[in-house]
Design a protein around this ligand. Structure first.
Ligand code: ADP
Ligand code: AMP
Length: 215
């Protein structure tokens, strides 16, 4: 079962994707993670995307579609979770064509809805485990033991360069202008589901599980 997680930066897409990996053996395809990996390599593409990401813009459709294309063919267990992709209508059309080539439908597009005020608090408190990428929050999702990752026992944590208020403002504008039309796009295709992302992580996860069980 392949799904898209839709929602503004900080909505909880990555957090929910990680739960689906352990609970349903799904595979997360996060273009944000792929681009962060690309920018840390000493490549032409890395240099190109770093500047765009830091100011909170969208990387070109051509680059992200290329990244997804490379991975879609690989083994994907219980299904693919597209996290942070598609972000434009062109990317959504490309995803549909790629999945059709592989004879794989998209079962659901799940919009995680969160208001802007909460997003600022979410983004400014976010950090992740440097070893396994587990997502934490200073106030709402701290590890059980301070300074130790619940998932892997790692003790190093990182904060994203683009998790600052100025970049977030630009990322939000990009979301409303270019990505939110996808809500209508997937509604028209009859596969849109919306969950309240302001609820507790477990409650959001239960709502997503219910959508998947119905799909
Ligand atoms: P996204 O992948 O959509 O950008 P994340 O999953 O990284 O969002 O979540 C952003 C921040 O909000 C993280 O610090 C995470 O721990 C926290 N968070 C995620 N879901 C919730 C929730 N339901 N309630 C409170 N905090 C949450
Ligand atoms: P994310 O980790 O999903 O918050 O993405 C971080 C940044 O990577 C975004 O602000 C964009 O600059 C870039 N990015 C991630 N996914 C995409 C995408 N599908 N299309 C364009 N840019 C993207």
């Amino acid at each position: 079962m392949n799904i898209v997680l839709l929602g503004p930066p900080g909505a909880g897409k990555g957090t929910q994707a990680r739960r689906l990996i352990t609970e349903r053996n799904m595979v997360q395809l996060s273009t944000g993670d792929m681009l962060r990996e690309a920018r840390s390599s000493d490549s032409e593409m890395g240099r190109l995307v770093a500047e765009v990401m830091d100011r909170g813009g969208l990387v070109t459709d051509e680059i992200v579609i290329g990244l997804i294309e490379e991975r879609i063919a690989a083994d994907h267990g219980g299904g693919l979770i597209f996290d942070g992709f598609p972000r434009t209508l062109a990317q959504a059309d490309a995803l549909e064509a790629l999945l059709a080539q592989h004879g794989e439908p998209l079962a659901a597009a799940i919009e995680i809805r969160v208001d802007d005020e909460a997003l600022v608090a979410r983004i400014s408190g976010r950090y992740t485990c440097a070893s396994c990428g587990e997502v934490y929050h200073d106030m709402t999702q701290p590890p059980a033991k301070a300074g130790v990752c619940d998932a892997c026992g790692g003790t190093e944590f990182i904060r994203r360069a683009d998790d600052n208020e100025e970049s977030l403002r630009h990322r939000l504008m990009e979301y409303y202008r270019k990505t939110s039309p996808l809500i209508g796009y997937y509604h028209a295709k009859g596969i849109l589901a919306t969950v309240d992302g302001l609820e507790k992580v477990e409650d959001v996860a239960a709502k997503i599980a219910a959508v998947l069980d119905r799909a």
